[in-house]
Design a protein. Structure first.
Length: 389
């Protein structure tokens, strides 16, 4: 074992690509001007922001600069999209449709809006983790102002049928938002082909820096009411001095993805399947959560009945994996995603999430699988001996 643990938690965050660090460095040192300033340093900073905006725009298929609004991350982008659109369309309706397995940010802002008088419908998903577009259609009313469905789930990796859902929302004249933080790194995401009106992204999920994200807002669509007031930055959508170095880093990460995402996604899928084959051979009683046909390339959500996943993870210092969403770390309750697909609480607490990424090698997977299987065997053996005769 090396001193550094094997990292298999790429859905929680990714390391910054060295090429991204190189792109950011000048904006952390010499080019430190405020991009709103008119002097040379300010203009250089503004040029870096606009170059980065162009890289992200090209990656997601946006046509206009104003369609890309930089935020502090996908969490802020989700709030701006959901709360902002709900406020903008308050005179038209008060109903929001979402799903039972959304990111906690989305569910939290929907809950807040519910307390403020909006009605929120949560659509259930099947055991495979997929929502039925027909259920979305049935939930839409004349008072519906927004449907928000995540592109790919952050725990079980299932990819929702956004194109089918968008056909329904467009026919009904309802805006569609998606949290695409998990999908941008490996899935082809083109705003027009997916058919969404708003989409949230996060740089640290795609080998960029933490603390920077973006919201896509389709041109000529209704724009959200800004949630941060006080300045005209980001086309009036988000007041505050832009995080120039972070934005430049996000742009660099987007440019790399545009060139390498397809080949990288294939390699990541091969690494994931190699790990999965290893685990299934050694753990025949374990099972995978969610469909394997519509799933993020790097994701494994595996339930091993009889283990305490939190305890197991803490006993493996040489392996970095998780029991679910990083946003739910420390929560004593079982994952809302796992219970939504029908797992009993005991099995939800016996579930591990692993995800491979850009730097993952076969040697790392061999080391990780060996550690994990040995730890599970010890864990199950101790549990069996602790049971009364």
């Amino acid at each position: 074992m090396t001193d550094h643990p094997v990292y298999l938690d790429y859905q929680a965050t990714t390391p910054i690509d060295p090429r991204v660090v190189d792109a950011m460095h000048p904006f952390l040192t010499g080019i430190y001007g405020n991009p709103s300033s008119s002097h040379a340093l300010g203009r250089q900073a503004a040029s870096g922001v606009e170059t980065a905006r162009g890289h992200l725009r090209d990656l997601i298929g946006a046509q206009y600069d104003s369609e890309v609004v930089f935020t502090s991350g996908a969490t802020e982008a989700d709030h701006l999209a959901i709360a902002g659109i709900s406020a903008a369309l308050r005179d038209r309706g008060d109903h929001i449709v979402t799903t039972a397995i959304e990111h906690k940010t989305v569910l939290a802002v929907c809950e807040r809006l519910n307390k403020e008088g909006y009605r929120v419908t949560r659509i259930p998903v099947g055991h495979d983790g997929l929502v039925d577009p027909a259920d979305i259609a049935a939930a839409i009313t004349k008072r519906t102002v927004l449907v928000t469905v995540m592109h790919a789930n952050n725990e079980i990796g299932t990819i929702q049928p956004l194109a089918e859902i968008s056909a329904i929302t467009r026919e009904q004249g309802v805006l569609l938002h998606t949290d695409a933080a998990q999908s941008l790194g490996t899935l082809p995401f083109r705003a027009d082909s997916v058919g969404i009106d708003l989409a949230s992204f996060s740089a640290h999920k795609v080998y960029g820096p933490k603390g920077i994200g973006a919201l896509y807002i389709r041109h000529r669509s209704r724009r959200p009411i800004p949630q941060f007031m006080g300045g005209g930055q980001e086309f009036g959508m988000r007041a505050g001095t832009p995080n120039v170095a972070g934005i430049v880093g996000f742009g660099a990460a987007a440019a790399i993805l545009r060139c390498e995402r397809t080949s990288e996604a294939q390699r990541i899928a091969e690494m994931r399947d190699y790990l999965l084959t290893y685990l299934q051979a050694a753990l025949p009683h374990a099972y995978i959560n969610g469909t394997m046909t519509q799933r993020l390339q790097g994701n494994i959500s595996i339930t091993i009945p009889g283990i305490d996943a939190h305890q197991l993870v803490s006993e493996m210092p040489g392996l970095a994996i998780s029991t679910g969403s990083a946003c739910g770390a420390g929560d004593a309750n079982p994952s809302h995603v796992l219970t939504a697909i029908g797992l009993p609480h005991a099995d939800a607490r016996a579930t591990l999430r692993m995800s491979v990424g850009r730097p993952t090698t076969r040697d790392q997977i061999d080391r990780a699988a060996k550690q994990l299987i040995e730890a599970i065997s010890r864990h199950l053996d101790m549990n069996s001996r602790a049971q009364p005769a």
